[in-house]
Design a protein around this ligand. Structure first.
Ligand SMILES: [Zn+2]
Length: 135
C-alpha cells in the first residue's frame, strides 16, 4: 500500500499536466509507504511514451532524502494519453525489482493514480490511497 497525501497527489497531477504531452517523471520519498515529498525530475527522453530519469538529478534527490531522513518510496511518471498501467516499455526499462511505480493517467478528465510493484518482472498493483498520512 502507498499513501499519497492530497497535496502530494495534486503535485504529481500538476507536474503531469505541465509536461504533457511529454511524460513527466520523478521520485516520491517518505517512510513506510507514506509519501512526504515529491521530487520533480526531468524526462531525458522528452517522449510522450516513455521516460528516463537523469542520473545527476536522481543522485541529488537521494542526497536530499538522506539529509531529511526520508527513503525513496516510488518512481512516478505520467501517461498523458494512455491508462495507468505499466506499458511494455515501462517493463523493458524497469531498473530494479522491488521498486514501486506510481503512474498517473491523464486519459480521462479525472486523473487516475495507480501504484505497481514488480514481482519477478510482473507488475502487481497495490492500493494507492489519497489521504492524509495516518498519525
Ligand atoms: Zn509508463
Amino acid at each position: 500500500m502507498i499513501v499519497l497525501p492530497p497535496h502530494i497527489a495534486s503535485e504529481i497531477i500538476a507536474h503531469a499536466r505541465e509536461d504533457a504531452p511529454v511524460e513527466a517523471c520523478g521520485l516520491l520519498a517518505g517512510a513506510d509507504g507514506v509519501v512526504q515529498r515529491c521530487y520533480r525530475l526531468t524526462n531525458r527522453d522528452r517522449s510522450p511514451e516513455h521516460f528516463t530519469l537523469v542520473p545527476q538529478e536522481q543522485f541529488a534527490a537521494a542526497k536530499d532524502m538522506r539529509a531529511n531522513g526520508l527513503q525513496a518510496v516510488a518512481v512516478y511518471h505520467s501517461h498523458p494519453a494512455s491508462p495507468a498501467r505499466m506499458s511494455d516499455e515501462d517493463l523493458r526499462l524497469a531498473v530494479a525489482p522491488g521498486i514501486r511505480y506510481v503512474i498517473v493517467s491523464l486519459m480521462s478528465e479525472e486523473p487516475d493514480i495507480r501504484s505497481f510493484i514488480l514481482q519477478d518482472g510482473v507488475p502487481v498493483e497495490e492500493p494507492a490511497l489519497v489521504q492524509e498520512s495516518p498519525e
